[in-house]
Ligand binder design. Structure first.
Ligand SMILES: [Zn+2]
Length: 281
């Protein structure tokens, strides 16, 4: 199996990168990366609350888009402040998944500071405890060069994909747009099914099938063998830039070291860290 030609990303931290998209949006031959954020006031909090109250089938994908559309006058080349809400949401949905997630986390740091309280449960002894985490320390995979590069790659399937009356052999995968996150499968609601999560990411990431621009459906992807799917997911995992939302910790009872996903849902994430409440568990 040929190794796909993957782009190299550099790693920095959120604190070092600041108000800048990890990849950026191509305008002509260059990426545009600056982010502008307005102060998060009660007015914006009310607007986000109203959106949540009236939105149907609200996914984290939709909610994050709305938060950025409300709090960011500008994301790269998008002058959101001058656009209608529907156009802002459309522009954000087409941005790179890593860029949107980064902007969301940066917005939190801008509004409430970098410190947050994280609850852990040790996988060994089940002890639960809380620690303080500094979001400025989050690792971020970035594209360092300013010149636009081709971020797609071809992947040869071993077993092929039998669908639409044919067998396809080569898939082209591109950067995953944020709309790929507009899917309840990616949020751990009702128990996360990893197969549904993989399907949602592949649906958003596959841009061509045997060289033809085809938007694959869940029905097409149902025919993919687990062998091919795991290879694809592995290749895809190297191509997702942006913040790495895993936190290393050591259990303060049995000292076991482990990793845990950083919880970034709005209610947990947009909560001010209070030193007087810290340390209670
Ligand atoms: Zn433990």
């Amino acid at each position: 199996m040929p190794t796909p030609n993957l782009i190299e990303y550099q790693t920095t931290t959120l604190g070092a990168l600041g108000p800048r998209l990890p990849v950026g949006i191509p305008i002509g031959p260059q990426y545009v990366r600056d982010i502008e954020i307005r102060p998060f006031k009660l007015l914006e909090e009310k607007q986000i609350g109203e959106f949540r109250a009236r939105a149907q089938a609200l996914t984290m994908g939709k909610l994050v888009s709305h938060i950025l559309a409300t709090l960011c006058p500008r994301l790269g080349p998008h002058q959101l402040a001058e656009m209608k809400m529907a156009d802002r949401l459309l522009a954000i949905s087409q941005m790179d998944m890593g860029d949107v997630l980064y902007a969301y986390i940066y917005t939190r740091v801008h509004a409430l500071g970098p410190e947050m309280e994280i609850g852990f449960e040790c996988p060994m002894c089940r002890h639960t405890y809380q620690t303080t985490f500094n979001l400025n320390d989050v690792d971020v995979k970035i594209l360092e060069n300013d010149a636009v590069v081709d971020r797609t790659f071809d992947y040869e399937l071993r077993d092929g994909l039998e669908t639409r009356g044919k067998t396809f052999h080569t898939l082209t995968l591109g950067p995953i747009p944020w709309w790929g996150m507009d899917s309840p499968e990616l949020e751990g609601m009702n128990g996360l099914n990893p197969a549904l999560r993989d399907q949602a990411l592949l649906r958003a990431g596959i841009t061509k099938v045997d060289g033809e621009p085809i938007q694959v459906t869940d029905k097409d992807l149902d025919e993919m063998t687990v062998y091919d799917k795991s290879g694809l997911m592995d290749a895809l995992s190297h191509t997702i830039p942006g913040p790495q939302l895993i936190v290393e910790t050591a259990c303060n009872k049995c000292t076991q070291k482990y990793w845990q996903q950083l919880e970034w849902s709005y209610d947990v994430f947009f909560k001010r860290f209070s030193r007087s409440l810290a340390g209670k568990s």
